[in-house]
Design a protein. Structure first.
Length: 91
């Protein structure tokens, strides 16, 4: 089952410049573990040392924040779009 993972511009250097990845996963948890396997440097930007999603990173499945769904257990189906959005601070 393939889902699209949208990679924001600041993190594309960690995916060889790719804006989208195709990942086979049935849950957000599986997707994160696959990213850790395929793109460890990217996963390190998303996950902390305990493997938790960093507080400044938001993950959306089809425009729905996983915090309001089932978190990392959120199911994925073929064709879903997962967006990884790091918060940006500035002044």
């Amino acid at each position: 089952m393939a889902v699209k993972v949208r990679i924001p511009t600041p993190l594309r250097r960690l995916t060889g410049g790719q804006a989208e990845l195709a990942v086979s996963a049935t849950t957000v948890e599986e997707l994160l573990m696959q990213l850790r396997y395929d793109y460890d440097a990217l996963a390190q930007q998303i996950l902390d040392d305990r493997g938790e999603v960093r507080s400044f990173v938001n993950i959306f499945v089809n425009d729905e924040d996983i915090r309001f769904l089932q978190g990392r257990s959120t199911p994925l189906k073929d064709g879903d779009v997962v967006s990884i959005i790091p918060s940006i601070a500035g002044g």
